[in-house]
Design a protein around this ligand. Sequence first.
Ligand SMILES: *Cc1c(COP(=O)(O)O)cnc(C)c1O
Length: 246
Amino acid sequence: MLKDNILEVEKRIQMACDKAGRDRSEVTLIAVSKTKPSSMIREAYDLGIKHFGENRVQELSVKYDELNNEINDVHWHMIGHLQRNKVKHVVDKAVLIHSVDSLRLAQMIDQEAAKKDIICDVLIEVNMAKEDTKFGVFEEDLWPLFQEIINLPNIRIRGLMTIAPFVTDPEKNRDIFKKMRELYVDIKTKTIDNVNKEKTGVGRNFNFDPGLFNILSMGMTGDFEVAIEEGATMVRIGTGIFGGRN
Ligand SMILES: *Cc1c(COP(=O)(O)O)cnc(C)c1O
């Protein structure tokens, strides 16, 4: 079952890339393994999946301990809402935190990363549809937040993430993905300008490299093809790979 699902998802990713004239290597598949046991993740790993997404720190830590002792190229992505008091358990386990949406959270990540002497890669989560059931900053608050976080020395902002509304027709999310891509390009352009101007203000954080601001995490089982067509560089697919969750 797992094998067929992965092949099917792979085929659909490839088709979306073809349709958009993009290379398959531009899109990283993150298999969202929340609620699924380590044995199943190991199976997916053996079938070629290297990136896994979890939305709870506790679960990510347990699975990290179970799998990363044996194999070192299992990469964990923290994709769920993160509480400040849990940050210390995840900064050195996740390769990327997708869900930064406040300065307070970013400061905590920076502090814990500094203690461990690492630089933590993060994405800023945007609540594009302004749904009150979702976390993330509103579009209009993104640039101010970005400018604050960019000066934290132990954080590196790598891009943006969004969880689009739940829809049955993925076309309904196309505009959201399009707008995300515009925001992303806009930030990239602004920071390149600033970094070139001077090492003060935006971009004085030496860890910020506009060239490494290159991740757009969007698209899930129900809408990943549209997200890829609109420029996603990471798709987060759970049900499509592991089947339904309880
Ligand atoms: C659960 C989850 C996913 C995967 O959802 P599916 O619809 O099962 O593909 C993706 N992103 C986030 C943030 C999630 O919490």
